[in-house]
Write a protein that binds this ligand. Structure first.
Ligand SMILES: Cc1cc2nc3c(=O)[nH]c(=O)nc-3n(C[C@H](O)[C@H](O)[C@H](O)COP(=O)(O)O)c2cc1C
Length: 207
């Protein structure tokens, strides 16, 4: 699979008109390749002083409005995005010698969209979201498990678990999307869509 993509490369003529359609094509190929968790992506943020932070999250939806993930708004990433909405996303698809790098601005999704996704999750994950003040310092593992037990008793299996107030989705609206295809002799293909006032411009970057 990797050798196939390396030899066929990525050409301007075959690119979709916009990065969302191109993302959809590559995402489908990543899924078909069988690589583990193709929707896992790195989210890079920066605090107002420019200190970067990065971590994996799962992509839970995408369309022409952007790329959506869910998290705790009070987490480090949540706080950083609230203060500085510029983010970068990286899909690290090494088994097929590809990566996609997205840059843009993140904003909160509507509460209805968060609620619909939250209630589609397993009961244990819903309780886990309540039990975790994500990114704050815990005294011990026991303290975290006790928090889970207390909340599980409050919201037993079968009852509707409300959405935690600090939990929800972010949608990243892209202004640049780079499709990177590994090639022989390090002459990789890098095609980048850049948002312009009247549509998307495509440019090729040196590898
Ligand atoms: C494969 C993978 C998927 C993850 N998905 C999510 C996710 O969708 N949302 C989330 O908040 N954390 C997710 N995490 C945990 C984050 O990487 C991170 O530890 C957590 O969100 C706290 O990050 P922060 O302190 O930088 O805000 C995932 C971790 C891995 C390894």
């Amino acid at each position: 699979m990797r050798a196939h993509y390396r030899s066929t490369g990525l050409h301007e003529a075959e690119l979709a008109a916009d990065p969302f359609e191109q993302f959809a094509r590559w995402f489908a190929q990543a899924v078909a390749s069988g690589l583990h968790e193709p929707n896992a992506m790195v989210v890079a943020t920066a605090d107002p002083d420019g200190r970067p932070g990065a971590r994996m999250v799962l992509l839970k939806g995408y369309d022409e409005r952007g790329f959506v993930f869910f998290t705790n708004y009070g987490s480090r990433k949540g706080v950083e995005i609230t203060r500085n909405p510029s983010v970068a996303l990286v899909f690290p698809w090494h088994p097929i010698a590809r990566q996609i790098v997205i840059e843009g601005r993140a904003g909160r999704v509507e509460p209805e969209e968060t609620a619909a996704y939250f209630h589609s999750r397993p009961h244990g994950s819903q309780i886990g979201a309540w039990a975790s003040a994500q990114s704050t310092v815990a005294a011990s593992r026991e303290e975290i498990e006790e928090s889970y037990r207390r909340l599980a008793a409050l919201h037993p299996e079968g009852s509707e678990v409300p959405v935690p107030p600090e939990w929800g989705g972010f949608r990243v609206e892209p202004d640049r999307v780079e499709f990177w295809q590994g090639r022989e002799n390090r002459l990789h293909d890098r095609l980048r869509y850049v948002r312009r006032p009247h549509g998307w411009h495509v440019e090729r970057l040196y590898p």
